[in-house]
Design a protein around this ligand. Structure first.
Ligand SMILES: [Zn+2]
Length: 318
């Protein structure tokens, strides 16, 4: 088992209590395995809702969650996009240790953006992005977490959510007034219609763009507003692992992302670990919503930093 029991108080030769700080054994996050999960998703092609690649990737994600022993549910959804297209989507949920009362939710979107509207070449603005960092990286980290938890049972329940239709938001070149709530369509649907009536969790952690080299994770504005104690907890676990050069103790702009809707409609305090860049034009990592969001942007060490922080967070919970 993983939690090293500190029940019997140990004293050293000088009679000093050596068990003041609880030590918990946290299993290892394998970054090669996470990288392979990211690569596999990208190999399907852009996972744009309505495409063959999207359906093929959906089936693979379901089979991977099942293979790792998670109780797996697919929530079929129908959503209307900014341009009045009605799309079929699939939120995928894998429950680990489903009988546990105390639960946390981990999530990431799995769809790819249909428009590279921030690509430097305007001819690419209507092409879909590979979505290696934006989409596949968070899902890859969570699949690796599922793999690790099958071998090392956690004390709490963990629910892994893969949101669909996050990235179909109104393109920057769209005409007319900007519409609200065109992003996060899958999480909006679930937050108003949970897959299990009355579903709740103690808190949630969303991952978005967690694979680029030297990623910078600031304390995002909505996370601080809705779930400040979860931000402190996760950032202190990151610091304890020596990752303070990735997880910065300073606030950043609020981002309309899936966690916003989970907070607003499902009332589960949820944070977003998202790559924000104070020096880039968009505020995100430099290849955000461009055709260059491919496997060359994925760094194993960044996946490790995020995944190991999540595992520490999980195993310190009771
Ligand atoms: Zn995106």
């Amino acid at each position: 088992m993983l939690s090293s029991c500190g029940n019997g108080k140990k004293k050293d030769g000088n009679g000093t209590d050596t068990t003041k700080t609880e030590t918990v054994k946290v299993p290892d996050f394998n970054s090669d395995s996470a990288y392979a999960y990211v690569d596999k998703q990208v190999s399907f092609g852009p996972r744009v809702p309505g495409s063959k690649a999207h359906l093929a990737c959906r089936d693979w994600l379901v089979s991977e969650l099942k293979r790792h022993g998670a109780e797996t549910t697919v929530q079929n959804i129908s959503v209307r996009t900014y341009n009045n297209t009605v799309l079929s989507g699939y939120n995928i949920i894998g429950s680990i240790n489903p009988a546990a009362k105390s639960r946390i939710m981990l999530s990431s979107h799995w769809d790819s953006r249909p428009f590279a509207d921030w690509d430097p070449d305007p001819a690419n603005h209507t092409k879909p992005i590979p979505g290696a960092n934006d989409g596949a990286s968070g899902v890859g980290v969570l699949l690796e977490i599922a793999r690790v938890l099958q071998k090392n049972a956690p004390a709490i329940g963990v629910d892994i959510f893969f949101w669909d239709v996050e990235d179909y938001g109104e393109p920057k070149d769209a005409q007319g007034q900007e519409k609200e709530d065109t992003w996060g369509l899958g999480s909006q649907y679930w937050s108003k219609n949970p897959h299990k009536p009355g579903y709740t969790a103690r808190y949630g952690i969303l991952l978005d763009m967690v694979g680029a080299p030297y990623a910078s994770f600031y304390q995002e504005g909505f996370s601080l507003r809705f779930a400040p104690e979860v931000v402190s907890k996760v950032w202190s676990h990151a610091g304890a692992n020596g990752y303070s050069n990735y997880f910065f103790n300073s606030e950043s702009n609020p981002i309309m992302d899936d966690h916003y809707y989970v907070n607003k409609y499902a009332n589960i305090p949820t944070i977003d670990i998202i790559h924000q860049d104070r020096n880039s034009q968009t505020g995100f990592y430099p290849y955000w919503h461009t055709l260059k969001d491919d496997m060359t942007q994925i760094d194993r060490y960044t996946l490790k930093v995020v995944g190991q922080t999540l595992l520490r967070t999980i195993f310190y919970e009771k």
